[in-house]
Design a protein around this ligand. Structure first.
Ligand code: F6R
Length: 290
């Protein structure tokens, strides 16, 4: 009986099948600055194609150079965000949006104050709320009104997190109030500008919403990210590495500098390969189901 039950469970798991995943596009560039330029060009092209584009955007050290290039292009009138909408991925809790260590401040300093986006079209979770669970629901409802997002730009944590979706986050997790992992708390404490008070919690867009985007572009720089990047691209999909979920989206590009690509096979690392080459490579080498 016991055997039969477990046998049935196995059979039903088999019928469910593995998740459908798609080949990724991997772009490996010589330097971190090249990653900034590539990402900025992608956004400028997107804006030219569709001025009303909607974005998800990250914070952290990785996108600073990319934002600088966007700001420069905007100042030179090479691009306009007058009709665009930006949703930030995440925000610490509990923090005043005007506190220098908030992600809201980060965005104002690095991007929002220097481009022509309308104030009403920039959204970020309210990290100062007394009811973060209700705030997560409000933010998700607002985001859902704008789905599908045209382009979600992400960074990646050393532990494979995307947004603040830490290892252990389910693929269908909604926008949530989350507890940060110790490793994230330690790494992010280096980025605090005005206080020693590290944040233990955050609000983050969940994988469920990220995966609904029309296109996803993940930026990674430096050897610290090489292991997470390698596992996200070539490992099994696992909740222990939420970036591995990204293969469920049809149009994902990993934009890497050489250091972040260090553990990828030479066939990927040595070429700035086109999506078609990657598809062929991915199917043969990694057996992705399409
Ligand atoms: C921040 C975010 C995080 C970071 C990640 C990498 O909005 O969503 O997932 O992208 O922690 O951070 P950096 O770029 O500082 O290495």
């Amino acid at each position: 009986m016991l055997w039969r039950r477990s046998h049935e469970r196995e059979a039903s798991q088999f019928l469910e099948g593995p998740p459908v995943t798609y080949p990724l596009e991997v772009v490996v560039l010589p330097t971190p600055e090249d990653v900034d330029t590539y990402a900025a060009n992608a956004v400028i092209a997107q804006q030219k194609m569709k001025p009303k584009s909607v974005y998800i955007m990250p914070t952290g050290s990785t996108p600073k150079g990319f934002y600088q290039r966007i700001v420069d292009a905007c100042k030179k009138r090479q691009v306009s965000f007058r009709k665009a909408t930006i949703f930030n991925l995440d925000e610490y809790w509990k923090i005043d949006p005007w506190h220098p260590d908030s992600y809201a401040s980060y965005m104002r300093v690095n991007l929002i104050d220097h481009i022509d986006i309308k104030a009403k079209n920039w959204h970020i979770p309210n990290g100062n709320t007394d009811n973060p669970i209700a705030e997560a629901k409000r933010y998700e409802a607002l985001l859902n009104k704008h789905q599908p997002i045209d382009l979600a730009i992400l960074g990646i944590g050393m532990n494979g997190h995307i947004g603040f979706n830490e290892p252990g986050t389910a693929v269908d997790a909604p926008t949530s109030f989350v507890k940060l992992h110790q490793s994230t708390i330690e790494r992010n404490s280096d980025q605090l500008v005005a206080s020693n008070e590290t944040k233990l919690h955050a609000l983050t867009i969940g994988p469920a919403e990220i995966l609904k985007a029309d296109r996803i572009m993940l930026l990674a720089k430096g050897i610290d990210k090489a292991d997470a990047v390698n596992r996200a691209i070539r490992g099994q999909e696992t909740s222990q590495l939420p970036a591995s979920y990204l293969r469920r989206n049809k149009k994902v590009t990993f934009v890497l500098d050489e250091a972040a690509a260090l553990y990828l096979p030479k066939t990927i690392r040595g070429t700035h390969s086109s999506r078609r080459e990657e598809q062929r490579y991915s199917q043969v080498q990694f057996g992705y189901s399409v």
